[in-house]
Design a protein around this ligand. Structure first.
Ligand code: ZN
Ligand code: ZN
Length: 345
């Protein structure tokens, strides 16, 4: 029988469609695109490849001498304008705020044929350090209420360029979806005196069946109420509300864990398209007792449709515990490209 499961933190329901669930390895179909590591190292038309830099858009790079490792550029077609002040106008149904804020792109590597899953721990650490550093700069701007860090990998995840990159958006408002999560977390705290995310993390650690990877600072698991196959959360064990307050020691531990999770997805599921989102408290609410920042990794393996839009209830055609078990197993070589990838490890 199918089962409805509720996410303790968001109180959103999903349908775990066990009768039409596919086995986890059924999601590892050969992709309709090349694996990232099969692409050329340099793509003449790619604006993010080393050698094609659009310097007028550059915000910062590291290191500053020689070949860069990571670069931040302003989005050429930004969703928000960097310059200007906030002005609000509320006139009946016409409610607006000027669209000021930040829209930056973080190019995660100079080469075209790589992605976070394939970087070294040191390279991933440099990427995370850059996200954190830009986040701290953007959070200091009094116009910014909320920072969203995210990645789109692959066409189904909405990426228009394959070159490994992420985006940072600094918004002049707190989005409704984040406000909703904060209100639910605050309600849980009022009722129990506990952070709901700490509660989930401890419960997942003691149950163990949905864990994918753990270390001294972070825990990664497939959600009990995963809204789609292989929907993973990565939480810091220490209660922290905003990503940008992560200590260097914790960031050092996040790098290998994130690489491990993304490499498991890459090798077990054939370089799937995915979104990665950092969920964090609004900049002005900084550290608090009820909200706990985390990373959500959402592979794009099933499609949503009218029912999801109409109800807000997702139908997940996979069993979270089986997906976690599959991801914990050693990757099976599948075809030539896959073998050469495993040989590189
Ligand atoms: Zn490129
Ligand atoms: Zn917590």
């Amino acid at each position: 029988m199918a089962e409805l499961r509720q996410n303790l933190a968001t109180r959103e329901w999903v349908i775990i469609a066990s009768e039409r669930a596919r086995r986890p390895n059924a999601y590892a179909e050969a992709p309709d695109h090349l694996h990232t590591h099969e692409l050329p190292e340099y793509e003449p038309l790619c604006p993010f490849c080393a050698g094609n830099e659009e310097l007028d858009l550059e915000v910062t790079r590291t290191p500053t001498q020689g070949l860069w490792a990571t670069r931040v550029v302003r989005n050429k077609y930004p969703a928000l304008s960097l310059n200007g002040s906030i002005s609000r106008s509320f006139d009946g149904v016409e409610r607006t705020i000027t669209g000021v804020g930040y829209h930056e792109i973080l190019v995660e590597h100079p080469f075209h044929n790589t992605t976070l899953a394939l970087l070294t721990d040191e390279e991933i650490y440099a990427v995370l350090e850059m996200y954190l550093g830009r986040g701290q700069v953007i959070a200091a701007d009094p116009r910014v209420e909320q920072i969203i860090f995210f990645k789109n990998h692959g066409e189904r995840a909405g990426a228009s360029l394959h070159h490994s990159h992420g985006q940072i958006i600094g918004l002049p408002i707190v989005p409704g979806r984040i406000r909703h999560r904060i209100e639910e977390a605050r309600r849980f705290f009022d009722d129990s005196g506990q952070c709901v995310f700490c509660t989930m993390l401890n419960d997942e650690l003691s149950r163990g069946e949905r864990l994918v990877a753990v270390n001294d600072y972070f825990v990664a698991f497939i959600l009990y109420a995963a809204s789609s196959p292989f929907h993973i959360w990565i939480l810091p064990r220490e209660h922290r509300s905003i990503f940008i307050s992560t200590s260097p020691a914790a960031l050092r531990q996040l790098a290998p864990l994130l690489r491990d999770i993304l490499f498991r997805l890459y090798s077990h599921l054939n370089d799937p398209d995915f979104n990665l989102i950092v969920r964090s408290s609004p900049t002005r609410e900084s550290e608090n007792n009820y909200f706990h920042w985390y990373i959500a990794v959402v592979p794009r393996l099933s499609r949503s449709a009218g029912f999801e839009l109409g109800s807000g209830i997702w139908i997940n055609p996979s069993i979270p515990e089986a997906c976690a078990d599959f991801l914990r197993s050693e990757p099976q070589p599948r075809g030539k490209g896959q073998n050469s990838l495993l040989d590189r490890q």
